[in-house]
Design a protein around this ligand. Structure first.
Ligand SMILES: [Zn+2]
Length: 386
């Protein structure tokens, strides 16, 4: 899910699909054979330096069909994927041991190994998968790289598409986003919305994972621990914690971008690079790791959704956003829990409101005179906490 070339965006459309019950086992078998074939191919491609399609074809094509029973088309997709994985591994200067693919997924070529027909997908002519739901906005753009994945009992098809980059509108004002550990604040000099972060909820699952790990790490349980059931449960708790953060980040970003689009506002967020870096230097603790993950993912989704929806975006310098006066720029004084007052002009507000106003102001100054509505520059300070 990254930006494409000039004037184009590469995006991934996610389709939930479900095979006919009598075909599910056959599809899973094919996916397992594909995974084994892929791991075999990665090693062969690296060992023989067969990084071109021609060389890989000569080296692997017959093998993949005969030993792994892959259909001709899938065998080609398989060594193609092996080359891509091998190349990115070889490019990594700090590479570890040869990469091994563990999850179940199959790479497919649009129009050759699969086709989409309205409400179903046809795989290799033999298998039908019902499409349960997807984002229909990009139906008219041809699919490119595609992956069928099986995880947590569900099949998902990821279809990569290139679409024209939407033109950004000229903003009438700014919607600022202030990201904190417990909540994020979205607003400007006229509105303010507060959204709680899911850190506590995610931590709950990480604690469950740890408790299980502790319990089964005593010598009494060594044999038990090796049992895949326990390991799977621990892994599931960790994944659940990460998923909670990811879901929240994606949905929150979507809400922010929709709000901005409705009001034809630009979105402004702080540059979080320094903050995430400083968190990374702290002792490895789950809370800190989850907070850093939340920051990174929210910033990622805000940027991406802005790009996809043609919403202008400003990333501003975070220095002093919650300690300088948004009206006159003087250093603020603390006058209560999270409340600050300006000794020069008397302005007083809650720390988060101050951050929002400063982020808004910095974005406005970055914009210069490009605002379409002159009234947007009139700052009327609302203070919901007074
Ligand atoms: Zn002031």
């Amino acid at each position: 899910m990254s930006a494409g070339g000039e004037g184009e965006l590469t995006l991934t459309v996610r389709m939930k699909v479900s095979p006919e019950p009598e075909q599910q086992q056959a599809i899973l078998d094919l996916m397992r054979r594909y995974r084994d074939a892929l791991n075999y191919s990665i090693r062969a491609v690296i060992a023989n330096k067969a990084l071109s399609l021609n060389r890989a074809h000569r080296l692997l094509y017959e093998d993949l069909k005969e030993r792994y029973g892959l259909p001709a088309r899938v065998a080609q997709d398989c060594y193609r994927e092996a080359i891509a994985i091998a190349k990115s591994w070889l490019r990594n200067p700090r590479r570890g041991s040869t990469p091994t693919v563990k999850g179940l997924s199959v790479r497919l070529t649009h129009g050759l190994s699969y086709r989409v027909y309205g409400d179903h997908v046809e795989l290799l002519g033999d298998y039908r998968l019902r499409v349960i739901g997807w984002d229909r906005r990009y139906d008219n753009f041809p699919g490119r790289d595609t992956k069928l994945m099986f995880r947590d009992g569900e099949f998902t098809l990821y279809v990569t598409k290139r679409v024209p980059r939407p033109t950004k509108y000229a903003p009438k004002g700014v919607l600022a986003v202030d990201i904190n550990e417990k909540q994020i604040v979205v607003g400007n000099s006229r509105v303010e919305i507060r959204v709680e972060t899911p850190i506590e909820r995610a931590l709950h699952y990480r604690r469950l994972a740890e408790r299980l790990q502790e319990k089964y790490s005593s010598t009494r349980y060594m044999a038990w621990r090796r049992r895949s059931g326990v390991r799977r449960r621990i892994r599931r708790f960790y994944r659940k914690a990460r998923n909670i953060i990811e879901d929240w980040a994606r949905k929150t970003a979507h809400t922010i971008i929709s709000l901005a689009r409705q009001g034809q506002l630009a979105v402004a967020r702080e540059d979080l690079t320094g903050l995430v870096e400083s968190l990374r230097k702290l002792p490895k603790e789950h809370r800190v790791a989850l907070i850093a993950l939340g920051y990174r993912r929210l910033a990622f989704w805000i940027d991406w959704q802005a790009e996809k929806n043609g919403v202008p975006l400003f990333v501003v310098d975070p220095t002093g956003t919650s300690s300088t006066c948004p009206r006159c720029g003087a250093e603020l004084m603390e006058v209560g829990h999270r409340r600050l007052r300006c000794p020069k002009c008397g302005f007083e507000a809650d720390r988060d409101t101050i951050a929002i106003l400063n982020i808004e102001r910095r974005a406005l100054s970055q914009m210069g005179g490009t605002l379409t509505s002159p009234t947007a520059l009139q700052m009327t300070y609302v203070n919901p906490n007074r």
